[in-house]
Design a protein around this ligand. Structure first.
Ligand SMILES: [Zn+2]
Length: 411
């Protein structure tokens, strides 16, 4: 599969599929469908006859079951076609460093862009690999065109090797993942899968079955406004109240002071005038309990501050964003266990990880499609220093094939 996966990858990254959070349309950018149309063509060529692009820009396709067993679950493999708005995805010129021998990689299009071993220690594990980079003037788009190429190569391999037994496999390629709308229009009924795997992680061998749980909090403050010349003893300036709240936030509970499994309270927006002010926060933790504790702390800080402003008031609104998918995956432990076994069979030491963020999979898991995240091999996502190893993409494609075999074998 090695040649197939790399050829495909090089074909897909030159198509600009950047999504746009400001756009109200679905998909957010029409150009994402250019890749979509190519993929449908290629799927049809492979022999996957139901492949199609729907009106929302998603691709659905099926590798039919070839086993006499009728109790093999329907598995979905999922990847996203868009690239992040953080850095240009126009006119990507992929470069291949063949048989990498170590050391920093200077990118030819911009001498200031250097992939340094000091920043990317994983390079030490990639000696002898073929490493794909951009020319330094754009991102590469390994996030997540590596995942797309891996699923495509695995699909072709399964179709061409009918002696490998597997159940029904569904392919789902989404749009607008990078702007948080990746699964807004997914039709789970039409998909008809029992569970899925996103191919959208990083280092070879990793599987992620945990994400943050996430809430947003809005604090609306109403102060007491009065002409500053007559304000003595009366004015309660909402801007000062907002400032007091921010000043009291615990400094050791911020994104910049936490890592690993610790969550945070993070102010993301402040606006106001004398009579009213608004504070926006995001709250993150790996447990529901941790979220609630942090929200209670934020509200008690607000109450404390408000004691000094008896004429003022506030509202405190919590909005759920997404939840740690582990809660769902723990009810179906084989989904992750089989992936761990497939990674081992593909020749790697499996590593289980957690994501300090969310994935399409965390939302899919709570929509009814349990969905951990398997590595796609890319590194330094959303930047001109993005890179991926051909050999690691091949290992990801092999992992998909091994997973398909495993679910049939054990059914
Ligand atoms: Zn991604």
């Amino acid at each position: 599969m090695a040649a197939s996966v790399t050829d495909r990858f090089l074909r897909y990254v030159v198509i600009d599929t950047q999504s746009d959070a400001q756009s109200p349309t679905q998909p957010s950018t029409e150009k994402q469908k250019n890749l979509g149309r190519l993929l449908v063509e290629e799927l049809l060529e492979i022999g996957i006859s139901d492949a199609h692009l729907d009106e929302h820009g998603y691709i659905y396709a099926t590798i039919p079951s070839n086993t006499p067993k009728n109790n093999v679950p329907v598995i979905c493999f999922c990847a996203h076609m868009d690239t992040a708005p953080d850095f240009s995805g126009t006119n990507v010129k992929p470069q291949v460093v063949r048989n990498y021998q170590g050391g920093d990689i200077r990118l030819p299009g911009d001498p200031a862009q250097v992939i340094r071993v000091a920043d990317q220690p994983v390079l030490k594990d990639l000696i002898g690999h073929d490493i794909v980079t951009s020319d330094g003037t754009t991102l590469l788009g390994a996030d997540d065109k590596a995942g797309i190429a891996e699923i495509m190569a695995a699909a072709e391999f399964l179709i061409n090797n009918p002696d490998i037994r597997h159940g029904t496999i569904r392919i789902l390629f989404t749009v607008d993942e990078e702007i948080g709308r990746g699964v807004d229009k997914v039709d789970l009924k039409k998909l008809g899968a029992d569970f899925g795997y996103t191919m959208d992680g990083e280092t070879a061998g990793t599987i992620e079955d945990e994400t943050f749980s996430a809430d947003a909090v809005e604090i609306a403050i109403k102060g007491v406004a009065i002409h500053p010349g007559f304000a003595y003893g009366k004015m309660e300036n909402a801007i000062r109240i907002a400032g007091d709240i921010i000043a009291r936030l615990p400094k050791d509970m911020a994104p910049e002071t936490t890592k690993g499994r610790d969550g945070f309270i993070h102010p993301t927006g402040v606006s106001g005038v004398m009579e009213k002010a608004n504070l926006s926060f995001i709250i993150r933790d790996f447990t529901e309990e941790g979220l609630k504790t942090k929200e209670a702390l934020l509200e008690s800080i607000t109450q404390e501050v408000m004691k000094n402003y008896p004429g003022s008031g506030y509202t405190f609104t919590v909005k759920e964003q997404y939840r740690n998918m582990k809660v769902v995956l723990d009810k179906n432990p084989e989904i992750v266990e089989y992936a761990v076994e497939a990674i081992r069979r593909a020749g790697m030491d499996p590593v289980r990880g957690s994501i300090r963020g969310g994935t399409d999979g965390s939302r899919l898991s709570f929509m009814g499609l349990p969905c951990p995240n398997i590595f796609a091999g890319g590194h330094a996502f959303h930047s001109p220093l993005e890179f991926v190893s051909s050999q690691d993409m091949d290992k990801a494609a092999t992992t998909i094939v091994e997973l398909a075999k495993l679910w049939e074998e054990r059914a």
